[in-house]
Ligand binder design. Sequence first.
Ligand code: NDP
Length: 405
Amino acid sequence: MAKVLIIGAGGVGAVVVHKCAQVPDVFSEIILASRTLSKCEKIKKAVKEIEGVDIKIETVDADKVPEMVALIKKHKPNLVINVALPYQDLTIMDACLETGVNYLDTANYEPPDVAHFEYSWQWAYQDKFKQKGIMALLGCGFDPGVSNVYCAYAQKHYYDSIKTIDVLDCNAGSHGKAFATNFNPEINIREITQVVRHWEKGKWIETPAIIEEGSVHFMFDYPEVGLKDSYLLYHEEEESLVKNIKGLQRIRFWMTFGQQYLTHLKVLQNVGMTRIDEVEYEGKKVVPIKFLKSVLPEPASLGEGYSGKTVIGCVFDGEKGGQRVRKYIYNICDHAECYKEIRAQAISYTTGVPTMIGAMLMLKGIWKGAGVFNMEQMDPDPMMDLLGKYGLPWIVKDFNGILPE
Ligand code: NDP
């Protein structure tokens, strides 16, 4: 029996609340807090209708440590789940430190004024969390999250040494909008307009951003959905996996993008709408990407009518007992099924389900420790055992496909 405080009432937040409400013997009390109360109210109503569970709601500006501290002191949760934005990671971690409460998130810290994300800011909390005897679990969504757990599982069960990892993230769904992002538009666009990096033989190699000339992409044959153009993209789990998977020689991350999406993105970039600095507009300061976010569809609104599937997984190449072994571990998730269950689309769903499972494993003391941890540092078996039960079954098979050299 535990009390959980969830910060962020967006697409992912809604899924986490529903999924926690489905396990009342673990999550006996749920408090959802976010910046906009009406979004919390909407989720509260849906959770009552679908799960028959009452939750408490609050407003909070999680950028402000004293507000977060007061909220934690008021409700005394056993765990704070941060599914707001990466900008709030450090302030929420500070509040957890001050109050001695465990912390979990799904995306690493990113300063608002620089489009750059990395773990160093959160890893710097290692000693403070250790001294306080509390735990921070970072990146507990799907990718990062389950992708890291797949790696730890492959390492534990199939390999003496993994030489290469390719994370392949495919959304073959259709939401019917001309242009929309499946998670927070500001964070998403900042991520995918960056110069790409992947890691090979001990160093980071840069290649052009996905919308630039010379971007690296290839057709991958995904299970059930077929051939999709997959673009090399930098993703945060690469940073922790190169440290924690010993002997790794290369890691790459690929994501599918359609031509319509890329064309819209290119135009938005070319006209300056993806800028993250302030511009003067009629005497006011406006950040173009924040304005753009305000006119794009909310990720939580995309579920209705979304058809098709996501296929996200990892391909491994390495050795066991002197033999070459190639494995592919993946999940297939259906947008319409997610909507039927909890009115969500599959990107929010595939993120929120592992968040709930990670929270459950922490609250039960199955995943424990003092300090700051990435997902692959935990025993992967308990999460792998629960993923299917809560909606994200996985498949493992020998891989005979083709990847770029
Ligand atoms: P949304 O934009 O739908 O939701 C974000 C929510 O956070 C909004 O309700 C927003 O409030 C709230 N919020 C923003 N700033 C604050 C603040 N200062 N104080 C309190 N609440 C705040 O995004 P998503 O739900 O799609 O994404 C949530 C997180 O999940 C992101 O960090 C994203 O990067 C991460 N993610 C991780 C994935 C993974 O696999 N690891 C995949 C997908 C997403 P308001 O409504 O007022 O703006």
